[in-house]
Design a protein around this ligand. Structure first.
Ligand SMILES: [Zn+2]
Length: 272
């Protein structure tokens, strides 16, 4: 969509007026759906043109951090400092999906229950899994065709996101069941079954990861997010990737953000 400046301003004013009541509503009812994209403010934003990433902060006061923030995501991970980090305990024991939504920004599986990770002796509960293509994070400058974000929220509403990068390769059997219920149209919702998430289940301590402090990669770009980028990459084949691309209609990766002196750490291999 192309807007002239005047049209865009008019559009934003109207959007803001329409958005007010529903924002209040969304805030009150966000508990089961707190997520990286929970910014369901109903202010129109996108990945291209005049509502694209470089304009996010102008679209709403709520999005100010997208421009003013100094700890933004995603980033390129080129140097990571070894540190005495504990492994992260994954307890994805019986993932129960709520639904799978194509919200125009991403494809998202909302999770009702069954997923927990422990970081810094603190429990974070899996709320949703969503996808970006191409990847948002890069490692040593390398972009990947697909990135999954596992968004977790603690009881006191802190956010921890685990990023899994997919490289081109053979068919990914964990993704296949989800692709069978892929909502291909924007606004469409489907209902995956419990068995469709079985291959995402794991009960183990993950030791190979990068960690840094960042933000949501979508408006309102809220900071204070614990980012865990897994060093082990998964794989996705061409047909699977095309299914995501077809459903999303456009790339949905926010551009890389400056580190601004932040340090990315990785676990010393020998540390427990
Ligand atoms: Zn994301």
């Amino acid at each position: 969509m192309k807007f002239t400046a005047l049209k865009a301003i008019g559009f934003l004013l109207v959007s803001a007026l329409i958005a007010l009541p529903s924002w209040t509503f969304a805030k009150d009812n966000n508990d089961s759906n707190s997520n990286e994209n929970a910014a369901e403010t109903h202010v129109q934003w996108s990945y291209q043109g005049k509502t694209g990433p470089e304009y996010w902060a102008l679209l709403s006061d709520e999005f100010n951090t997208c421009h003013a923030g100094k700890n933004q995501s995603p980033i390129n991970i080129s140097t990571a400092v070894p540190a005495k980090l504990k492994g992260i305990r994954f307890e994805y024991n019986m993932l129960v999906p709520e639904n799978m939504v194509n919200n125009g920004h991403t494809i998202q599986v909302n999770i009702r229950s069954g997923g927990k990770i422990t970081i810094d002796d603190k429990a974070f509960f899996l709320k949703q899994i969503h996808f970006h293509t191409p990847s948002e994070h890069r490692i040593d400058g390398t972009s990947y065709p697909l990135e999954a974000h596992f968004v977790h929220v603690s009881k006191d509403n802190e956010i921890a996101v685990v990023a899994l990068l997919y490289r081109p390769g053979p068919v990914n059997t964990a993704l296949d069941p989800l692709l069978k219920v892929m909502p291909f149209n924007v606004g469409e919702t489907t209902r995956p079954g419990v068995r469709d998430l079985e291959l995402f289940e794991r009960d183990k301590v993950v030791k190979n990861y990068f960690r840094y402090s960042g933000s949501l990669t979508t408006p309102p770009c809220t900071e204070g997010v614990r980012w865990i980028v897994l060093q082990t990459r998964s794989n996705v084949n061409r047909q699977q990737l095309e299914a995501f691309q077809y459903a999303l209609k456009h790339p949905n990766n926010r551009p890389l953000q400056p580190l601004n002196g932040r340090v990315v750490v990785k676990k010393i291999p020998s540390a427990r």
